[in-house]
Design a protein around this ligand. Structure first.
Ligand SMILES: NC(=O)c1ccc[n+]([C@@H]2O[C@H](COP(=O)([O-])OP(=O)(O)OC[C@H]3O[C@@H](n4cnc5c(N)ncnc54)[C@H](OP(=O)(O)O)[C@@H]3O)[C@@H](O)[C@H]2O)c1
Length: 250
């Protein structure tokens, strides 16, 4: 199938203020999409708009809020919806978590993906739309210092696969895809994770990173998300993402 153009279409990216989400918003804008950039930090979103231009629409909001999901899906009907926003887990071994700290990524990441996926199916988004949600490589291997993070990210993968099944069943023509990035020190969340795992092993960050291969960057994430959004042959339900690019999971 031919590559689909994004020029003049609307993309909505949650967690666009920094890290992977900023890389994704930048890459989608570079291929001509109008980008609705959602995050809580107004200053960073305004800076993104100043950098990329008026086709970026900053929206200061909590991506986990169901009213935000309903309102923005209805208002913008995005052709490309990227559910990237995620909370930074508190890095501690299991017994030092409370239920509140353990479940943080369920309350933000999972709640967000549940609400937006549901709204995408209910509306429904137009045929040819794609919903891409950020799971994690931790969903496969666990993440013992991050409380409920790995389980939350595994649940995101399930939600997305259930939504793909509903889309197919009702012939909606909406693609639902999970992306599982590997741990990288190139973002705030990743750098904090890397520092915790290095400290746990009693080594410095440089030693911890040795032998792990090149670090995944927000720019590479942005390019890969554009590839997923434009190439209908990327029709698998989930992809691992590292510095070498996308590969099918399972
Ligand atoms: N970095 C890694 O190594 C790695 C690996 C695997 C998966 N991931 C996943 O990739 C995604 C992006 O991670 P990152 O490393 O880029 O993290 P990051 O640098 O900490 O950025 C997180 C983004 O999410 C936004 N955010 C957090 N809570 C939000 C909320 N309630 N509503 C709206 N926006 C919210 C933040 O913006 P505001 O604070 O301005 O709201 C920020 O833009 C996450 O889902 C993460 O779990 C990351």
């Amino acid at each position: 199938m031919p590559i689909q153009e994004l020029t003049g279409t609307t993309a909505l990216v949650t967690g666009a203020s920094r890290g992977f989400g900023r890389g994704v918003a930048t890459a989608l804008s570079a291929v001509g999409a109008d980008v609705v950039a959602v995050a809580r930090d107004r200053g960073s979103l305004e800076e993104l708009r100043a950098q990329l231009g008026d086709t970026v629409i900053p929206v200061v909001a909590d991506a986990a809020d169901p009213v935000v999901a309903g309102r923005l899906v209805e208002e913008y009907r995005p052709r490309t919806l990227v559910l990237n926003a995620g909370a930074s887990p508190l890095a501690r071994p299991l017994q030092q978590h409370t239920w509140e700290t353990f479940s943080r990524n369920w309350e933000v990441d999972v709640r967000q993906v549940f609400n937006w996926t549901r709204e995408s199916l209910l509306r429904p988004l137009d045929p040819g739309s794609v919903v891409i949600a950020f799971s994690s490589g931790a969903a496969l291997g666990g993440s013992p210092l991050s409380g409920g993070y790995a389980g939350a990210k595994a649940t995101i993968r399930f939600i997305i696969s259930y939504a793909a099944g509903e889309s197919e069943r009702d012939a909606l023509g909406i693609r639902f895809v999970s992306v599982l990035p590997t741990l990288t020190p190139a973002t705030d969340l990743g750098a904090s994770g890397v520092a915790s795992y290095a400290a746990r092993q009693g080594v410095d960050v440089a030693t911890f990173l040795q032998g792990r291969g090149p670090a995944l960057t927000p720019e590479q994430v942005g390019k890969s998300i554009v590839a997923l959004a434009t190439d209908p042959d990327h029709d698998r339900p989930a992809y691992l993402l590292n510095a070498d690019g996308l590969s099918q999971v399972g």
